[in-house]
Ligand binder design. Structure first.
Ligand code: OSB
Ligand code: MG
Length: 368
């Protein structure tokens, strides 16, 4: 296999409703889409980097820079047998996993399309239907939060995750638990707390949460291990896990007992599968996180979620929760049971809508 051409596009999509986390409020999502022409077949990927370096160090700009100036020169004119070699071909670029994940996943899509098989099969997936939960941003009032949760439960979603931050934690969780005593509930702090806050976080244990996601520093495994020793509630790591090595360190330290895998954060399918396989051997359940993706990234998240050890509901949801109109056809839909049926078409199994993509594009560059 050989890549003839890569097209980078930046698109901007307004969110149906603003999404607030402990690190900021987002109303308009900028994202980088990548189209890789591999032996005449087009594969698609999405970089999940945000506008600013607030969830992770990468941004749309850094992803563009790394893809154009380093990843493309490293891959151009290279012969390879399968997309599984791309991670290694990019190994001399340190970090920048979201840039790597974008191009790597596009090449996986192209390879599956060349073989005429769905991407989920090519990566070794087994689940034909994946379980879905929702991630709900920080809301102004408890009433607003309860209304939102009610709506998501009515749509079928199997678990509720709410974003928390200091001052917006105990009361919303307590309020939700009173109203919904039996739902599967979890929280995500996006690194808003410090180890000294442990006794405050311990108060959350009264509400039997499934897990607390990434309470402490975005790159601080040690403090999470300290915190996990003080809590009975499982800690799930998101921001902290960039590679298999981080996952191994986290598990050995006892820093978490669940891991959220995001294709972008870990640099694509090869790295995601390494983490998945390690967690499976160590009996650490994993689930697929989301980054407010367009349909392209969403389709990849669905494929990734078919791997066996993705055994908890992920943050992979219907297109319409975020977008009035998505960039793929058909749009991602969720069944009344809160699942997504994995498509059977070749590659990601959804077709990019070129009309819509062109309309949303704010810049474009083709690399040859
Ligand atoms: O921490 O999981 C996170 C969105 C942006 C950045 C970080 C996170 C999130 C989400 C949204 O939780 C999940 C989704 O795409 O629905
Ligand atoms: Mg998270």
């Amino acid at each position: 296999m050989k890549i003839q051409r890569v097209t980078l596009r930046e698109i901007a999509m307004p969110l149906v409703t603003p999404f607030e986390t402990s690190f900021g409020r987002l109303t308009n999502r900028r994202m980088l889409l990548i189209q890789a022409e591999v032996d005449g077949v087009s594969g698609w990927g999405e970089s999940v980097a945000g506008e600013g370096p607030f969830y992770a160090p990468e941004t749309v700009e850094t992803a563009w820079h790394i893809l154009r100036d380093f990843a493309w020169p490293a891959l151009k004119d290279r012969e390879f047998d399968s997309a599984s070699e791309i991670w290694e071909l990019l190994a001399n670029i340190r970090g920048h996993n979201m840039a790597k994940g974008a191009i790597e996943s596009a090449i996986w899509d192209a390879e599956a399309k060349q073989k005429g098989i769905p991407l989920w099969k090519l990566i070794g997936g087994v689940h034909r239907e994946i379980a879905c939960g929702v991630s709900i941003g920080i809301k102004g009032t408890l009433e607003e939060l309860i209304d939102t949760v009610e709506r998501e439960l009515a749509a079928g979603y199997q678990r509720i995750k709410i974003k928390i931050k200091p001052g917006k934690d105990i009361l919303p969780v307590e309020g939700l638990r009173q109203r919904f005593p039996r739902i599967r509930l979890m929280v995500d702090a996006n690194s808003a707390y410090r180890l000294e806050d442990w006794s405050h976080l311990k108060r959350l244990e009264a509400y039997y949460l499934m897990m607390i996601e990434q309470p402490l520093g975005w790159d601080d495994l040690y403090s999470h291990a300290e915190l996990q020793r003080k809590l009975d509630t499982p800690i799930c790591l998101d921001e902290c896990i960039h590679t298999e090595e981080h996952a191994r360190a986290a598990i050995e330290l006892g820093a978490c007992s669940i891991i959220n895998i995001k294709l972008g954060r870990v640099g694509g399918y090869t790295s995601a599968r390494q983490i998945h396989d390690l967690c499976q051997r160590r009996q650490i359940p994993v689930w697929c996180g989301g980054m407010l993706e367009s349909g392209i990234g969403r389709a990849h998240n669905i494929a990734l979620s078919t791997l066996e050890n993705f055994s908890l509901p992920g943050d992979v949801t219907a297109s319409r929760r975020y977008w009035t109109e998505d960039v793929i056809e058909p749009e991602v839909e969720v069944t009344p049971e809160g699942t997504i049926r994995v498509p059977n078409g070749p590659g990601i199994g959804f077709t990019p809508r070129m009309d819509r993509i062109e309309k949303l594009t704010t810049r474009k560059e083709t690399l040859t």
